[in-house]
Design a protein around this ligand. Sequence first.
Ligand SMILES: [Ca+2]
Length: 249
Amino acid sequence: MILGLTVSACGGSDESDGDGTQGPAPRSSPAPAPSPSPPEPECVNEDEVADDESLRTGSLTGDVSGDGVEDQVHVAVDDSADIGCRAFLLVAQGDELAAVALDVEGMDPALGLPALRQLTQVDGAEGADVVVNLVAGASTVFAGVYSMAGGEPARVTIQGSEPPVRDLFPYGGGVGQLSAVDCTEAGTILISSAVPQGARYLVTRNRYTPTSGALLREGQASTGKVKFEALPARFPEFAGGPFGSCPAE
Ligand SMILES: [Ca+2]
């Protein structure tokens, strides 16, 4: 620490900056503290929705906690709640019920969303992850992936993704735009899109390394141009459903 270095007996009449001072210049701006993540919104209806089995719109069974015992996974929708607290993902382990709000921008409950899609391994951590369709565009579906963290389901984040699709996995589409998400054999996660360019499709593929609860981007996106018929062979993530090659758990 450098406190006290500048104490002087010179009467203070000649203090031009950097003129004849000795020693290291004080560095007055420490590194900024990491900005805290925004607080989770509290939903006052959470417990009520979690306990009301009549609000459940879908269920899946599988080991999402990673303890070898199957868990029950549900989506529950409360149409009367405010935006932000209308839908929840529930994970029941025996008598224990954990919940997280599923509401995201653009979600339309009238379209039957959110909806459980599948259980699959995405983030590489123990236990299957929960894929939930959250938002639907014209023909593209945007899914969130939820992983158990500290006994609570939490949405897997995607490094570099931005609103309005932050941390959402797009898949499907039509002739004007196709999207796909999948795993490689090595466990890398692919998030790709394809748009027509002349007689071919321009494919943009982003690769991510899964860590617990987050996908970290691997360098720049790669691109390729293929005929539509060659798309599934050259870019297998387009060959099947979302996360179709990922391990079951
Ligand atoms: Ca379990």
